[in-house]
Design a protein around this ligand. Structure first.
Ligand SMILES: Cc1ncc(COP(=O)(O)O)c(C=O)c1O
Length: 353
């Protein structure tokens, strides 16, 4: 083993204090976390230790300049009680894609996967089993240089923490189409999971919530004409019988769920077009009564139906839920593959035994 992981287990688990059937998303954390340190040009020390606050210098670079990236994935249990991960290699590769853009070191696969599997073995009992719930896994890396001043950096920490969660959305979501703020532009960091991408969405999100919306649909930064993505989800619309989703143009995240939903739709023989999607197409489809479906895809929310889009003072209402047979079926297949109920012919799941 090139990167041995030293384990210090907690003496008493906090699990008995937690109600796994009644969870707020992302507020409860399991007993253990992984911490790996990078300095002097290499990964030096990896350890699993108890989850909790760590002392950090007030001058660390990540706090001041946002050199920080993260991933999001989930583990569920199969019928035999094994922890099941969904496409974990895709998250590892995307973490390193983000790392490259933010000039951070690659996290070796061994640290990512061994850390993850060891943590899951220790905290397996924290995986909730209610329908729609899961253990959310948050790998992240940040710059820990104590440094004020914009300069190349050298000290990094990679960590994994885990949080039992229930459903992200319990209702179809109401979406406000952005017409003032932008999330990403060409040459920026829209296609990586940089922490700063999300910090800058707080204000628009709060404003949208005040107007009664759940999330913002980000549009292209030049013309506010082409759909980008929503909060922490990629977006799909169904016009007549065709599914449309914005192409990977460098401004949106290459979502693991997006990729999987495209594969499942194609597997069932449906047409999926990955291309620029003009908001005018949605307006026209709505007028003609052929805006048949719309949904977001993401690890946290799985496949989340969109109730309606608010655009220029109008509401583009999508068809009622009972008519959305295809996306409902795809969501069920996706969830069934994740927990081993449907045979995984795509090779997507990894059991942690
Ligand atoms: C901005 C953004 N878009 C899309 C997604 C969906 O990606 P995934 O399906 O890999 O979770 C996420 C969540 O990770 C996200 O943060």
């Amino acid at each position: 083993m090139i990167y041995p992981i030293n384990q210090t287990k907690v003496t008493k688990s906090r699990l008995s204090e937690v109600d796994l059937t009644n969870l707020a998303f992302g507020k409860t954390f399991t007993d253990h976390m992984l911490v790996a340190d990078y300095y002097d040009g290499k990964w030096q020390k990896c350890e699993i230790t108890s989850y909790g606050p760590t002392s950090t210098s007030p001058s660390i670079y990540a706090l001041h300049y946002g050199q920080s990236i993260f991933e999001g994935m989930k583990a569920v249990k199969d019928a035999n009680g094994n922890a099941m991960l969904f496409r974990p290699d895709d998250n590892w590769k995307r973490l390193n894609y983000s790392a490259h853009r933010l000039a951070m070191p690659d996290v070796p696969r061994e640290i990512f996967m061994d850390g993850l599997t060891q943590l899951l073995k220790l905290d397996k009992d924290w995986i909730p089993q209610e329908e729609g719930s899961a253990l959310y896994i948050r790998p992240f890396m940040y710059c820990a240089d104590e440094l004020i001043g914009i300069k190349p950096t050298e000290v990094f920490q990679f960590k994994i923490i885990m949080s039992p969660v229930s459903k992200y959305y319990s209702q179809p979501v109401k979406i406000l189409v952005a017409d003032k703020f932008v999330r990403a532009c060409a040459g920026g960091t829209g296609d990586v999971k940089a922490a700063g991408n999300y910090g800058a969405t707080q204000l628009p999100m709060i404003e949208a919530k005040k107007l009664g919306y759940d999330q913002v649909l980000w549009m292209d930064a030049r013309e506010f004409r082409y759909l980008n993505e929503i909060g922490s989800m990629n977006v799909f619309v169904q016009i007549e019988d065709k599914f449309l989703t914005p192409e990977l143009d460098g401004n949106i995240l290459d979502g693991v769920t997006r990729r999987s939903v495209i594969a499942l739709l194609k597997d069932e023989g449906y047409t999926v077009e990955e291309r620029k999607v003009d908001i005018a197409e949605l307006v026209e489809a709505h007028e003609k009564g052929i805006l048949n479906d719309a949904f977001g895809t993401g690890t946290a929310a799985s496949l989340a139906p969109i109730d309606s889009f608010g655009y220029k003072g109008k509401t583009l209402q999508v068809k009622p839920m009972e008519q959305r047979i295809i996306s409902n079926h795809i969501k069920k297949r996706l969830d069934a593959i994740k927990c081993g109920v449907e045979a995984d012919k795509f090779g997507w799941v990894m059991a942690v035994l």
